[in-house]
Design a protein around this ligand. Structure first.
Ligand SMILES: C[S@@+](CC[C@H](N)C(=O)[O-])C[C@H]1O[C@@H](n2cnc3c(N)ncnc32)[C@H](O)[C@@H]1O
Length: 153
């Protein structure tokens, strides 16, 4: 726990369900970049955190995760929900953390966000995660990106 004298609220929920409940100066988004769902990949941590005993299945002993699938793991639904956040969220700024190899293409992110405010993109070259980097000619760098949207007032 981080102690402080500021008031704050913490939610454990799908961000799409919080849109009409939260008013923020900054909405910071750090969604999945690819099609791999987090729930089946981090199922052991999930079970430790929940300390429950669900009916598990498969060789890896997965928890059922239908209710936890993220729309940000699919290019079409990710862009759709990014637009819903930009359009319906109560915020002054959106900061989206992403990279140039994410399933939402840079051009599409621009198209969606620029409708709702002034958009700035900050990029930094970064060494690619090693498991994608084994072949000799593999690109070794990715561009880590911060899209900063200042909402039109
Ligand atoms: C790239 S990770 C970011 C994790 C975190 N920012 C960090 O640095 O540790 C993406 C996270 O978003 C979560 N996520 C995906 N879709 C979500 C949604 N619709 N609402 C809330 N969280 C979501 C995933 O479960 C995962 O934990």
């Amino acid at each position: 726990m981080i102690e402080g004298n500021q008031q704050h609220e913490v939610y454990c929920a799908d961000s799409m369900e919080l849109l009409d409940k939260v008013e923020a100066d900054i909405i910071y988004l750090d969604p999945p970049y690819n099609q791999r769902q987090y729930a089946p990949n981090y199922h052991l941590l999930e079970t430790i955190a929940k300390y429950d005993s669900p009916d598990i299945y498969g060789v890896a002993g997965l928890r059922p995760y239908d209710e936890q699938k993220s729309t940000f793991c699919n290019a079409v639904t990710a862009l759709r929900d990014l637009e819903i956040i930009a359009k319906e969220g109560n915020y002054k700024y959106i900061v989206l953390s992403y990279n140039n190899e994410g399933i939402m293409k840079e051009e599409d992110i621009h198209k969606v966000l620029e409708k709702y405010g002034e958009l700035k993109l900050i990029e930094k070259s970064y060494s690619r995660f090693k498991s994608h980097n084994r072949t000799k000619n593999a690109v070794k760098k990715v561009k880590e990106q911060l899209y900063i949207l200042k909402k039109y007032v």
